[in-house]
Design a protein around this ligand. Structure first.
Ligand SMILES: Cc1cc2nc3c(=O)[nH]c(=O)nc-3n(C[C@H](O)[C@H](O)[C@H](O)COP(=O)(O)OP(=O)(O)OC[C@H]3O[C@@H](n4cnc5c(N)ncnc54)[C@H](O)[C@@H]3O)c2cc1C
Length: 485
């Protein structure tokens, strides 16, 4: 029986595991390796971060689901890939180290016929001195981080209630960060919470970002058609910031976070400081720490992985100027060029380049967003690769692979702007394609009829409904597979 090993049980890896098992039932051995015992619906961490949801509402244990679905599970982290095996083991394998508390530190050599790398990001707080929960700022990237943020926010609200003035800074903690959408969501959820608690007038809420313009969101901004007019995500977002009284500092690279003081550089090269009482700054992402070795034991990490630690797949990695970037540069099958049985999906694959125009300050500091790979495309990639592998296992390795390029894919994202069944709101954003194609869609590079932005209470209800729907799906309950990624 063929064995498919999936590294990572997040949105892309877990989706791949469920689809593979459903396709091949007991004709395949699917083994998932993940250092966390829980699955986390990361988008709802925003609500944990403002105390509107608990950790247990956004996470659940993976082991019972995998047991029910006859999927193997190792609570462990992968540390090395041996795609050619080694002198003693001709079969390809991965080295894993258990994080399961009952056998923490034990090592295992896990052989595979197909490997899906779905390890998501390493949260690279170390890129900015003082950044992160072990330093001087908070995060909402994990449910635990979000809980810590909620506790600190609660303390701060208590001080505001006592009449003190406070500055809250929310944004990204490095010039090369991605995930500005999550920073946007947390900003407006916090702002909403301050209003609900009657202390908004004492708080200065600052959004600090590496985006060139508001509404860039790492996708180079968007143009929407609204009521017969064209509007840009820049204008749309600026009006929201004005309406809610949130101050934005853009084109910024955070150099250092000291207790209560952020040091940052702007794109024009100037250096500034910003005092804060509460800061939630997302870290930059890089690939998780994994090595790769040939069958002779040579280190081939640089061949499998790009310098940012993400897995090289079927993308065009040739370095090109911005005006020569093309939709075809983006991967379609997510197959590793050197090893046909290795795939990389979700945040774990190395993008060929950014989507937003790259920019550097006169000091040479890169200050522009890295490309986001949000939940929907990550899930679609997981499913696509699962179906490709299932077909190859059934019919042989000459079967063509399925494709799911981000240049031919749309995305929908609902960005919460405040939780509450009656007074909540969210921005519902759709775009097609994710990667702009200026040949097909002159101007903005996207189809105006399929690119839209709408903010309102119904967006909040939809986001809440999606929370329950995606957790239902991830629990592989009855009919889970009819819920789209
Ligand atoms: C705060 C926040 C809010 C967000 N909100 C939204 C939103 O509203 N909408 C949206 O579309 N997207 C949102 N995103 C983005 C979304 O969470 C990601 O697109 C998605 O999680 C990517 O899926 P993934 O499978 O690539 O990675 P992940 O979901 O991060 O999963 C990675 C998995 O790999 C595991 N892993 C790590 N290291 C190893 C290792 N060495 N070996 C084995 N396994 C390993 C991890 O434990 C995890 O199980 C948000 C992100 C953040 C941080």
């Amino acid at each position: 029986m063929k064995r498919v090993v999936i590294l990572g049980a997040g949105i892309s890896g877990h989706t791949a595991a469920l689809h593979l098992q459903r396709q091949l039932k007991r004709q395949v051995e699917v083994v998932v390796v993940s250092p966390n015992s829980n699955w986390n619906w990361i988008p709802s961490n925003i609500w944990v971060g403002v105390g509107k949801m608990s950790k247990s509402q956004v996470t659940f244990p993976l082991a019972p689901i995998y047991q029910r679905k006859h999927i193997g599970f190792r609570q462990a982290k992968a540390v090395a890939i041996h795609p050619e095996g080694d002198a003693d083991h001709p079969r390809a394998f991965v080295d894993i180290v258990y994080t399961d508390p009952t056998r923490s530190g034990d090592e295992e050599r896990l052989g595979y016929d197909y490997l899906i790398v779905a390890t998501g990001p390493k949260l690279n707080f170390a890129a900015t001195p003082g950044l992160g929960p072990d330093g001087n700022s908070f995060s909402v990237c994990t449910a635990d981080h979000a809980q810590q943020s909620a506790a600190a926010l609660e303390t701060l609200i208590g001080e505001l209630e006592a009449g003190e003035r406070k500055t809250l800074v929310i944004g990204v903690g490095h010039g090369t960060c991605t995930c500005e959408g999550a920073a946007f969501e947390y900003t407006f959820n916090v702002e909403h919470e301050l209003r609900e608690r009657g202390v908004r007038d004492l708080a200065d809420v600052v959004y600090l970002s590496n985006e060139y313009d508001l509404g860039d969101l790492g996708v180079g901004g968007m143009t929407f058609a609204q009521n017969g007019f064209e509007t840009s995500s820049k204008m749309w977002t600026e009006s929201l910031f004005r309406e809610r009284g949130v101050r934005a500092i853009l084109r910024a690279h955070v150099e250092r976070v000291d207790p209560g003081v952020i040091h940052y550089e702007e794109l024009d090269g100037s250096k500034h400081t910003l005092d804060f009482d509460f800061a939630m700054l997302l870290p930059p992402f890089r690939g998780v720490d994994m090595k790769a070795y040939s069958n002779e034991g040579d280190d081939i990490t640089d061949e499998l992985f790009a310098p940012n630690g993400f897995l090289r797949v079927d993308a065009d990695y040739e370095s090109k100027p911005f005006d020569q970037w093309a939709p075809e540069d983006w991967p379609k099958t997510y197959q590793c060029p050197r090893y046909a049985n290795v795939f990389g999906v979700g945040i774990a694959f190395a993008p060929p380049h950014a989507i937003s125009e790259p920019r550097k300050s006169p000091n040479g500091t890169v200050i522009s967003p890295a490309p986001p790979r949000t939940g929907m495309p990550s899930g679609v990639m997981g499913r696509t690769v699962a179906l490709s592998i299932a077909e190859r296992i059934r019919h042989g390795d000459d079967r063509p692979l399925r494709t799911a390029s981000m240049a031919a894919m749309g995305a929908a994202c609902i960005a919460s702007a405040g939780a509450g069944l009656r007074r909540g709101s969210a921005a519902a954003i759709t775009m097609y394609p994710i990667i702009p194609d200026r040949r097909r869609f002159p101007g903005s590079g996207r189809d105006l009829t399929q690119t839209s932005g709408e903010i309102g209470l119904s967006g909040h209800w939809t986001k809440l409904l999606l929370h329950y729907l995606f957790i239902y799906k991830a629990k592989a309950r009855f009919g889970w597979f009819v819920i789209p990624e």
